[in-house]
Design a protein around this ligand. Structure first.
Ligand code: SF4
Length: 213
């Protein structure tokens, strides 16, 4: 693959420390910025989207800037809140920020509780952490992910491993006027019919990546 963004990658190696909480394994889930029912996070399903603070990336296309720094605070969320919505939703979606840098006991509990209710599980993720051993243990509990394809994801060679994932994967490229070269690169690099271009709707970010086209 003739694709090299290594000189300009930005990965926040402290993101897990920022996101770390001391989970007691109980009903309360820490570090949730907000949560609500959603028609856009797991289309065409109605989903309960649970947004966590902090991310290991800092994309120019990010529309959730408050989550990256955790400066937006938290909203109380409990596993039992899923029960209250179980007749209105088809799935839960863990999103951020980055869900797979969180306390994985929390993530496991959400996924397992969702499955126990007979609902579908979905994640919006940058994909960087999916092959880490603790996250691999969660694979059987995941039905679907929307994977935000970034320069970092491609440069780390993770796209070549997507076929290993035992659940449904949709690939999403966020399109903005200032990252069109990357989007055009992706047209030539990504295969399949599960590749979506999404239009960003908010400004933000500091990371500008020169592309090689
Ligand atoms: S767009 Fe997604 S992967 Fe990128 S910084 Fe925002 S939350 Fe993280």
């Amino acid at each position: 693959m003739n694709f090299n963004y290594f000189d300009n990658l930005y990965i926040n190696s402290h993101a897990k420390e920022l996101a770390k909480v001391n989970n007691s394994g109980g009903d309360f889930i820490e570090n949730v910025y907000m949560w609500h029912t959603s028609l856009i996070d797991d289309p065409p399903y109605v989903s309960l989207a649970i947004f966590f603070n902090y991310c290991s990336l800092d994309c120019v296309t990010c529309c959730n800037r408050l989550l990256l720094s955790g400066s937006g605070g938290t909203t109380p969320f409990h596993l039992s809140d899923i029960d209250k919505y179980k007749d209105q939703i088809d799935s839960t979606t863990i999103v951020g920020g980055e869900p797979f840098i969180q306390d994985l006991t929390n993530i496991r509990n959400i996924l397992q509780h969702t499955k126990d209710l007979g609902l579908r599980t979905n994640a919006l993720t940058n994909g960087l952490h999916l092959w880490e051993s603790e996250v691999r243990e969660l694979w059987p509990l995941i039905d679907h992910i929307n994977l935000h394809v970034t320069e970092e994801f491609l440069a780390l060679g993770l796209y070549e491993k997507v076929d290993e994932l035992p659940f449904e994967v949709d690939l999403n490229i966020i399109c903005r006027s200032d990252n069109m070269p990357f989007v055009i690169d992706c047209f030539g690099l990504l295969e399949g019919d599960k590749f979506f271009i999404k239009k960003d709707f908010m400004c933000g970010g500091r990371k500008f990546i020169p592309t090689k086209i």
